[in-house]
Design a protein. Structure first.
Length: 104
C-alpha cells in the first residue's frame, strides 16, 4: 500500500513540475509585454483606453495558456496558438505606442 501511495505521489509531483515548466518562453514573453505596457502608460506613450485594451489582450493570452496547461500537456499546436496570440499582442503594443495620437 505504501508503495502505491509513493508511486502515485511521485507521478503527481513529476506531472505538476513538468506542467509548470512547459512554457517558460511564453511566460518570459508575457512578463516583457506587461512591462512594455506599464512603461508606455508611465511615459505617456499609451492612453488609458489603449492600455486597457492591451491588458485585456494579455488576460486572453493567460486564459489560453491556462486552458492549454489544464490537461497537463501543452501540445505543439497549443504552443503555436499561444505564440501567435503573443505576436499579435506584440504588434498591437508597438502600434499603440507609436501612433500619433495625443496623450492626455
Amino acid at each position: 500500500m505504501k508503495k502505491i501511495i509513493l508511486i502515485f505521489a511521485l507521478i503527481t509531483g513529476v506531472s505538476c513540475f513538468a506542467s509548470a515548466h512547459v512554457t517558460p518562453k511564453v511566460t518570459k514573453t508575457q512578463v516583457k509585454q506587461t512591462r512594455r505596457i506599464a512603461h508606455g502608460v508611465a511615459n505617456g506613450a499609451l492612453t488609458k483606453r489603449e492600455a486597457k485594451q492591451l491588458k485585456r489582450q494579455q488576460r486572453h493570452i493567460q486564459k489560453t495558456k491556462r486552458l492549454a496547461k489544464a490537461d497537463g500537456v501543452v501540445t505543439r499546436q497549443e504552443r503555436a496558438q499561444i505564440r501567435h496570440e503573443q505576436q499579435v499582442a506584440n504588434r498591437s503594443i508597438y502600434h499603440q505606442k507609436h501612433d500619433a495620437q495625443k496623450r492626455f
